[in-house]
Design a protein around this ligand. Structure first.
Ligand code: FES
Length: 122
């Protein structure tokens, strides 16, 4: 007997498709930001603006206009694209001017909601 059985933890789980129980996947309150080039990791409060965090902590990311129009801050998201705020039309236009990489985002426009790994675009 390993104690991992049923009965003692009566937590109501949401009922998913086909009658199976699927626990909701919570987003971490302190997501991890990983800089792919250096391997450095940082715990970042969910909802944090990447540019604010980068400037506070002196991260090696470059910024220009800070408004999503110059493209200097373009990064490639290696993991966790779904953990970021959606791209605006302006960001879409600017990234298309800078790169054709599908996973490109503008660091000045990113809000971190979950774990993410990124590197500067080349
Ligand atoms: S700093 Fe100019 S687009 Fe991000």
């Amino acid at each position: 007997m390993n104690g991992g059985g049923s009965g003692s933890n009566n937590v109501a789980l949401p009922l998913g498709p086909f009658g199976a129980y699927f626990p909701l996947e919570p987003q971490p309150l302190m997501p991890t930001l990983t800089l792919a080039e250096t391997g450095d990791t940082f715990e970042v409060p969910a909802g944090t603006s990447l540019i604010e965090f980068a400037q506070e902590r002196g991260l090696p990311l470059q910024f220009g206009c800070t408004m999503g129009s110059c493209g200097v801050c373009c990064v490639v998201i290696e993991a966790g694209m779904g953990n970021l705020n959606p791209k605006s039309d302006v960001e879409d236009e600017t990234t298309e001017m800078v790169t054709n990489h599908e996973a490109a985002r503008l660091a000045c426009q990113i809000v971190i909601e979950g774990d993410v790994t990124l590197r500067p675009a080349e």
